[in-house]
Design a protein around this ligand. Structure first.
Ligand code: BT5
Length: 268
């Protein structure tokens, strides 16, 4: 069972009335499986029993400790790929969080992470249903860690953090949601009106591993090189020691710590 929350948003794409579940399997699954919902519908859950990440992985949270929501998009230009929605969403979350969190470092990690003080605070999962060659239903799923305590981030969640941990304060989830939805609406409109290249340029402003050493695991093996560029379709180009270059359209990136903090031989 769900109720409607009126967030009184003045957004243009995102609907101000959002569907709120206490418990659901996954907000992405709900929007993918339910037809007859309006463009811009947002589904929010306090808890997901089967929260999903990429490649069959899980997105986890205890009840009422995080923001777990998905946005339904039915109307969008046909030339935008799924990466475009991921980038626009990452920029939207980053800008929304920056407004709430003063003096904290927010950065973006390719392809779908928002980092708070270099740790994962948000994951994004964009999925679609297609007919023919057209993406006709796009679902943007976003999980933001808000009030999880330190002991939540163990095992495969050890690279994560929450806003509580970094700011040492409990936060009102709805206030953060409103700020983030406002920015998401703005970034989606920019993506639709100004195109993917504009969105990627915005994304790059928050990416601090361009030109740095990273490893990428493409599901088969891990390769290490310099992140040379993010191309206009969202793919990354890695340059290896032997001068060769390779393009990746998906994968899991590890940023080499020393490459973020090092300036020549100086570390801080
Ligand atoms: C993601 O996948 O980061 C996408 C997460 C999207 C979650 C939202 S919540 C609302 C909507 N409904 C859904 O069902 N999903 C979306 P990926 O890059 O594959 O990262 C998943 C990995 O992150 C896991 O395998 C864990 O290692 C780690 N992880 C799981 N839960 C985490 C958490 N709360 N914080 C940090 N890391 C986590």
């Amino acid at each position: 069972m769900f109720n409607y929350l009126n967030l009184k948003l003045k957004t243009k794409i995102i609907k101000p009335y959002i569907i709120h579940f206490q418990t659901i399997d996954s907000t992405n699954t709900y929007l993918l499986n339910n037809n007859h919902l309006e463009n811009g519908t947002v589904v929010l859950a306090d808890y997901q029993t089967s929260g999903r990440g990429r490649r069959g992985r899980k997105w986890e949270s205890n009840p009422e400790e995080s923001l777990l929501f998905s946005i339904l998009l039915l109307k969008h230009p046909v030339n935008i790929n799924l990466m475009g929605f991921t980038f626009a969403s990452a920029v939207g979350v980053a800008k929304g969080l920056i407004k709430v969190l003063k003096n904290q470092k927010i950065s973006l990690k390719w392809p779908n992470d928002v980092l708070l003080n270099d740790k994962k605070v948000c994951g994004i999962l964009v999925e679609s249903r297609t007919t023919g060659n057209n993406l006709n239903k796009v679902v943007i799923g976003i999980g933001i860690n808000i009030n999880q305590p330190r002991n939540f981030f163990t095992g495969n969640r050890r690279f994560g953090t929450s806003i509580l941990i970094e700011t040492e304060k409990i936060h009102e989830r709805i206030i953060i949601l409103k700020g983030v939805l406002k920015e998401l609406d703005r970034q989606l409109r920019s993506l639709f009106n100004s195109g993917l290249k504009y969105t990627i340029d915005e994304w790059k402003k928050y990416c601090d591993h361009l030109g740095k050493t990273i490893s990428i695991n493409d599901g088969h093996k891990s390769l290490t090189g310099i992140l040379e560029n993010i191309e206009n379709d969202g793919a990354i180009v890695l340059k290896f020691n032997n001068g060769e270059k390779k393009r990746f359209i998906s994968g899991d990136v590890t940023i080499h710590k020393e490459s973020i903090y090092a300036t020549g031989n100086r570390y801080w």
